[in-house]
Design a protein. Sequence first.
Length: 300
Amino acid sequence: MNAIGYFRRHWQLYALLVLPVIYFAVFKYGPMYGIVIAFKDFNFFEGITGSKWIGFDAFREVFAMADFYKTLRNTLMLNFFDLLVSFPAPLILAIMLYEMKFVWFKKLSQTILYIPHFISWVIIGGIVYQVFGTQSGMINNVVTSLGFDPVPFLTDKTYWLVTYLAVGVWQSAGWGTIIYLAALTGINRELFEAADVDGAGRLRKIWSITLPALKPTIVTLLIINLGNMIAIGFERPYIIGNTAVRDYADVLSTFVYRIGIESGQYTLATVVGLFQAVVGLVFVLGANYASRKLAGQSIL
């Protein structure tokens, strides 16, 4: 069957792609024209086309800033620890849910675990301060009532880092289990029945059947997460962070906010954004190449 005949036979499937293609063209590829701001002395009143070209001068200015390297370090550090803590959490939760025998309890657990994903980070920030606040937090109220000193969850850098990671797991782990549970439904149940005949226990079945079946999904999600190592959301570090822990909480996204929105230095903010995009692409391609060589699994 030639290409035209195949298209005529399956035109409905291609029609479904029209809206997603328009969305990406308008909202993803269209704004990429703004990248040229990184190479211009952008003037808001003259616009992109009317602003003067300055070449790589803005890049030299950004790379000479001490704050840039500090925020870059914090971004990589927080994302690295997030990868260590948050990446395995949905996998472990998905396996635990999959192994549950009571359907009603499994559905109840899934619902409870999904809820944090739909809560705004502004609301989560309020919850964090109500629970972990040093002076009026619920936990420290209990700690001080027992005669102990309050724990500086949000004012000490080490405690803040632990709190930051724990809140991230609570907010994202439940939603992340959806992908793994979808992959688990594709496992042939006969494999588990054969393992039962051979006398395999639950842990052995998880290790020998469940995890190998999830390997392609794990590798794909790992590549995506590695690609985001240089990128970081604005809401979480900005809302949970404060001046006392700025040495850890100040990341590239908050740095862009300060120099771009607060200071109006749009050229410098664009330079940092372009830097994140290029380094993120390198991370994705590198992770994909390594996974293809080591495990034969690739998404590109």
